[in-house]
Ligand binder design. Sequence first.
Ligand code: ZN
Length: 168
Amino acid sequence: MTKNGHFKTGVGIALGASSAVYMMTAIPAYVITAGVTTYLTSSLPDNMEIKWWSRGVRHSLIEHRTMTHWLPLWVVAVMLVGHALWTGQAIITPIIDVALFGMFCGGLGHVLMDMMTPMGVPVGLNPFRRKSLRVFRSGSAFIESLAACGTLVVGLGVWLYALGFASL
Ligand SMILES: [Zn+2]
């Protein structure tokens, strides 16, 4: 998925992450911090690869979609910080934990979106073996907008659930 696509889908993912923080803490400043950091880190796994282009060829310090896109790593990170927020036992300080939670949700959302594209992401024990759900191809602005609508619907749905307007 393109950087633009990641920021488009990042809106819905940020809504989802902020609603989770609302359910765990109900503190407005934390909810906003989580939403903003999630959105801002929509492209984090790609940025972590430290990439550059020369003569139209992509190079990166860390091989594309390996360690930085390793699904279990992001899941564990979200769960660890999420657990701290849930139990109220801060790992660093509550507001930094919230920002980390947003950052890890941004990374996890990014990796989940990349998992839908044919190249896939590593999901198992081997961070170099990728799997794909093959839902859509990267690069099409139309497809990425559709994906953005999908994440928006999910994000708004979780908010409705968090506020008590919907139940599962
Ligand atoms: Zn990526």
